[in-house]
Design a protein around this ligand. Structure first.
Ligand SMILES: Nc1ncnc2c1ncn2[C@@H]1O[C@H](COP(=O)(O)OP(=O)(O)O)[C@@H](O)[C@H]1O
Ligand SMILES: [Mg+2]
Length: 255
C-alpha cells in the first residue's frame, strides 16, 4: 500500500509545489516509486517535472469529473526515474465548480487512488492548490498524512489556524487516518532575525510537530523547475538538494 501525503497550505508561494517535486526527487533516488498528483489548475507541479501541457490529453480534471477515466489512464512518466505525474490543466478550476454539486464530492480523489495506484507506488504526493476549497479537501480526504510548508519570512503562523481547523474537521468527519506529519519551515534565511524568531515560535509554541529539516532560501530551487527536474538531479550536491534528502529521511522514519 502506498503512503499518501498531501502538501497543503491555503497561502500561495510558501513552497508546496517545490516540496512536492523535490521530496519526490529525494524519495525517487532512493529507489522508491513516487506518483505526484497535481491538484492545482496552475499546473506548476506538472510543468516543474518537465511535462509539456500542450501534449496532455487527459488530466486530473477528467479523473475527478468523469468516472470512466482512471488515474492510470492519465499518469505519465517524467524524465526522472521513479517519478510519474498525474498532471493538471487549467480546466481543473471548472472541475472544482462541477464537483460542488456532486454526491460524494469530498471523496473523488480518494476513490481515484485505486488498487492500481496503491500497488504501483510507494509514495503518492498530492500538491494542493492555495485555497481551502474542495480540491484541497479532496487531497486531505485522500491522504494518510499532511505536510504543511510554512514560510519563515513573515509571521505566517496565524494563517494556519484555518487550515488546522479544516484538518481537524476532516479527521473527525471524513478521514480518521489523516495525520499532520509536520510543519516544514521554508524560505529560511538564518541571517534574518525574523527567520530565527519564526523558527523558535513554531518549535516552542506550536501544537503541531515541526520537521527538523529546514528548507533554506535557495536560488537553485527556483531554477530547477525551469529545467523540468527535481533539485536532486538539477543540482545534486547543493545544500537545497540535501535539505530535501533530509526531509525524505524524516518522512520515511515517520512511516
Ligand atoms: N526555499 C526556496 N528558496 C527560494 N525559492 C523558492 C524556495 N521554495 C520555493 N521557491 C520558489 O518560490 C516560488 C513559490 O514556490 P512554490 O513551491 O510554487 O509555492 P506554492 O506551491 O506554495 O505556491 C516558486 O517560484 C519556487 O521556485
Ligand atoms: Mg503550488
Amino acid at each position: 500500500m502506498a503512503i499518501v501525503i498531501a502538501i497543503a497550505n491555503q497561502k500561495g508561494g510558501v513552497g508546496k509545489t517545490t516540496t512536492a517535486i523535490n521530496l519526490a526527487g529525494a524519495l525517487a533516488e532512493r529507489g522508491l516509486r513516487v506518483l505526484c498528483v497535481d491538484m492545482d489548475a496552475q499546473a506548476n507541479l506538472s510543468v516543474g517535472l518537465g511535462i509539456n501541457l500542450a501534449t496532455v490529453q487527459h488530466s486530473m480534471a477528467n479523473v475527478l469529473g468523469d468516472s470512466r477515466i482512471h488515474l492510470r489512464d492519465i499518469v505519465i512518466t517524467t524524465g526522472t526515474a521513479n517519478i510519474d505525474v498525474a498532471p493538471a490543466t487549467l480546466d481543473l478550476a471548472s472541475t472544482e465548480v462541477d464537483l460542488l454539486s456532486a454526491i460524494g464530492r469530498e471523496y473523488a480523489l480518494a476513490e481515484a487512488i485505486d488498487d492500481w495506484a496503491q500497488g504501483h507506488y510507494d509514495y503518492i504526493l498530492i500538491d494542493c492548490p492555495p485555497t481551502l476549497g474542495l480540491l484541497t479537501i479532496n487531497g486531505l480526504v485522500a491522504a494518510n498524512g499532511v505536510i504543511i510548508p510554512v514560510q519563515t519570512q513573515y509571521y505566517a503562523l496565524k494563517g494556519l489556524t484555518a487550515l488546522v481547523k479544516v484538518i481537524n474537521t476532516i479527521r473527525s468527519k471524513l478521514n480518521k487516518n489523516l495525520r499532520v506529519l509536520g510543519l516544514l519551515p521554508t524560505f529560511y534565511d538564518p541571517r534574518t532575525v525574523l527567520g530565527r524568531e519564526m523558527l523558535d515560535e513554531m518549535r516552542e509554541h506550536g501544537e503541531n510537530h515541526v520537521f527538523n529539516t529546514i528548507i533554506r532560501n535557495a536560488v537553485k530551487l527556483g531554477e530547477a523547475p525551469l529545467a523540468g527536474r527535481p533539485i536532486t538531479e538539477y543540482a545534486s550536491s547543493s545544500d537545497a538538494a540535501n535539505n530535501y534528502r533530509e526531509l525524505a529521511r524524516e518522512v520515511i522514519a515517520l512511516g
